[in-house]
Design a protein around this ligand. Structure first.
Ligand SMILES: Nc1nc2c(ncn2[C@@H]2O[C@H](COP(=O)(O)OP(=O)(O)OP(=O)(O)O)[C@@H](O)[C@H]2O)c(=O)[nH]1
Ligand SMILES: [Mg+2]
Length: 297
């Protein structure tokens, strides 16, 4: 019988390559928010994958990029410290974009973590042709000696189990699981709620605005007269002009964001919630150490 294995696997790569989407697909639940805008993930988010013969603790990370703000620098350091602690580093490259300087830079950084085994994951195989996938697999194989190279499509569910099996074989043997069977993440409920709100707010905004949004759950209160949880959250932007965009004409956009987020939160908690969302300006918070600290970075 195969030995039980358990350990830590970190997904790393440029922004927007599909690390969080893949994390969620493997875990089978939305533990990390995703969006079409780069630099969505801002924490190292653990997602647990349970199998009879082992347990993968996935650590989704913020996309590595050339930082333009203090937040960007902090996120890059967060990725670096995460990579120092994991058993396997899974470097994610999309099938539908040629390998560029950003990918090469990250690949070179991986040399700094000799203890970790290194796997390449070619994501988004549904978004390109078979011949392009073959070309990408070849290009990736030339970057370094990988323990495995696995092409996957998260939305199609293609090759996900192959990836899980490959990753499990690279983990250390363990006498027992590291997390209980029902655990999918160790993120706090209030953190997940804040992230659902941020994800809803990212929908349909462009340019610099996605980067300027931060959400903090301020308070959660049980209603005494009925089975309802009241959630009070603050959505921060960096400038007054951004406030108007988030709120929209007559408050239409904000209502939409609230409704989308509430549906996600109710799905997570399995109960009705009332969501009060307040928009506040935290001027240039991405560049301000004090405000970054207050927002949890
Ligand atoms: N077609 C296709 N699209 C994908 C796939 N995986 C992710 N995407 C899309 O790619 C975009 C980015 O996905 P994310 O999972 O947020 O990417 P990420 O690497 O976590 O991005 P950061 O958190 O910014 O580093 C989203 O619009 C996803 O829907 C895939 O396998 N196929
Ligand atoms: Mg992400």
């Amino acid at each position: 019988m195969a030995e039980y294995r358990a350990g830590f696997v970190s997904f790393v790569g440029r922004p927007n390559v599909g690390k969080s989407t893949l994390t969620n697909a493997l875990v089978g639940e939305k533990v990390a928010i995703t969006s079409s805008k780069p630099q969505t993930t801002r924490r190292a988010i653990r997602g647990i994958v349970h199998r009879d013969h082992g347990q993968l603790i996935l650590v989704d990370t913020p996309g590595l990029h050339r930082p333009r703000t203090l937040l960007g620098e902090r996120l890059n350091s967060l990725v670096q410290s995460t990579l120092g602690d994991v058993d396997v580093i899974a470097f994610c490259v999309p099938a539908n974009e040629p390998i560029g300087p950003g990918d090469r830079f990250i690949n070179e950084q991986l040399d700094q973590y000799p203890r970790a085994k290194k796997v390449a994951v070619v994501t988004k195989t549904d978004a390109t042709s078979k011949s392009k996938i073959a070309e990408q697999l070849l290009a990736v194989s030339e970057l370094r000696e990988w323990a495995a190279i696995v092409p996957v499509s998260a939305p199609e569910g293609d090759q996900l189990e192959v990836l899980v099996d490959e990753l499990l074989t690279l983990l250390p043997e363990s006498s027992q699981p590291l997390y209980p069977a029902e655990t999918t993440t160790d993120e706090d409920t209030s953190e997940r709620i804040a992230e659902f709100i941020r994800e809803a707010a990212l929908e349909g905004v462009t340019d610099e605005l996605p980067h300027s949004i931060a959400v903090v759950v301020d308070d959660m209160v049980e209603r005494e007269d009925k089975d309802l949880l009241e959630i009070y959250a603050n959505l921060y932007v960096e400038r007054d002009s951004q406030k108007g965009i988030i709120i929209g004409k007559g408050g239409a956009r904000l209502r939409e964001v609230g409704a989308t987020a509430r549906a996600q939160i109710e799905g997570l908690l399995g109960r009705k919630v009332y969501l009060a969302l307040h928009i506040k300006v935290a001027k240039d918070w991405q560049r301000d150490p004090k405000q970054l600290g207050r927002l949890g970075f």
